[in-house]
Design a protein around this ligand. Structure first.
Ligand code: ADP
Ligand code: MG
Length: 258
């Protein structure tokens, strides 16, 4: 099996292959069918925003992308490798796909720096010194270098989420998945997290972002995907999706944000 990390984005760019290609993805929980055949591609360097009502399957979809949920049917190719194949190396995959959750998922009993170095040291076998050097670079990029030795519990929500982003970046991922990263934050600190994400997008990171921040979706994404009841109802450039939505359901959803 080709090593995902060494084949990398360059290989995907050369072949014009999407970084991620999803076909016919289905997922049920008991009798509840949550994903009803999702098709979606994400190209290297693209920022794709997913919007849709609560319960439409956005989180389940994102979690399927790094196999936090096991798809029932369909395929997910990452660099042309089928993640739904039995021989897929899940741990290797998770090193390449960074994920940021609504609830931060930080280790509150560790300081900021240790949160950032834990996975590189334990999973990537990086030396502690090297991991700390990398972590300090990412903490600087999210504006938190002065908080490296702070206890996570003492940080604000916005600072915690910026640590979570820095921590994910420490694994040098090829794509970052964000699941409503600002939904748990007080309105006045949402902006500082969006700003970090905006910078990451400008630096060329491939990103899939589930969000209700329509201004971010409109101004930062290359494509906006509207999910409704387990299907992709629309997938278009932001100007098209916001300016000329095709479906009544999309119009109804967007009207809540006017
Ligand atoms: P969204 O992120 O768009 O709000 P989710 O993907 O979280 O939607 O959830 C879609 C549906 O699947 C909801 O009805 C939710 O209750 C259900 N669901 C999600 N995860 C589970 C689970 N682990 N077990 C059972 N039901 C689930
Ligand atoms: Mg969700």
């Amino acid at each position: 099996m080709a090593d995902i990390a060494t084949t990398g984005t360059a290989a995907a760019a050369q072949t014009n292959e999407p970084l991620i290609r999803v076909e016919g993805l289905r997922k049920s929980f008991g009798s509840l069918e949550v994903l009803k055949g999702i098709d979606l591609s994400v190209n290297p360097g693209e920022v794709v925003t997913i919007i849709g009502a609560s319960g439409s399957g956005k989180s389940t979809f994102l979690r399927c992308l790094n196999l936090l949920e096991t798809p029932d049917a369909g395929h997910i190719w990452f660099h042309g490798q089928d993640l739904t194949a039995e021989r897929c190396n899940i741990n290797k995959l998770r090193e390449d796909i960074g994920m940021v959750f609504q609830g931060f998922n930080l280790f509150n009993n560790m300081d900021v720096l240790d949160n950032c170095t834990l996975a590189p040291v334990t999973l990537k076998k990086m030396s502690k010194a090297e991991a700390e050097k990398v972590a300090m670079e990412h903490l600087t990029s999210v504006g938190l270098e002065k908080f490296a030795h702070a206890a996570v519990g003492r940080l604000s929500g916005g600072q915690k989420q910026r640590v979570a982003i820095a921590r994910a970046l420490c694994m040098n991922p090829q794509i970052m998945l964000f699941d409503e990263p600002t939904s748990a934050l007080d309105p006045e600190i949402v902006g500082e997290v969006l700003e970090v994400m905006r910078k990451l997008a400008a630096d060329g990171m491939t990103m899939v972002v589930v969000t209700h921040e329509m201004a971010f979706a409109r101004t930062v994404s290359d494509r906006v995907v509207f999910m409704d009841k387990g299907v992709v109802l629309e997938d278009a450039a932001p100007a098209e999706l916001f300016g000329n939505p095709k479906h009544q359901r999309t119009r109804e959803f967007l009207s809540r944000y006017l």
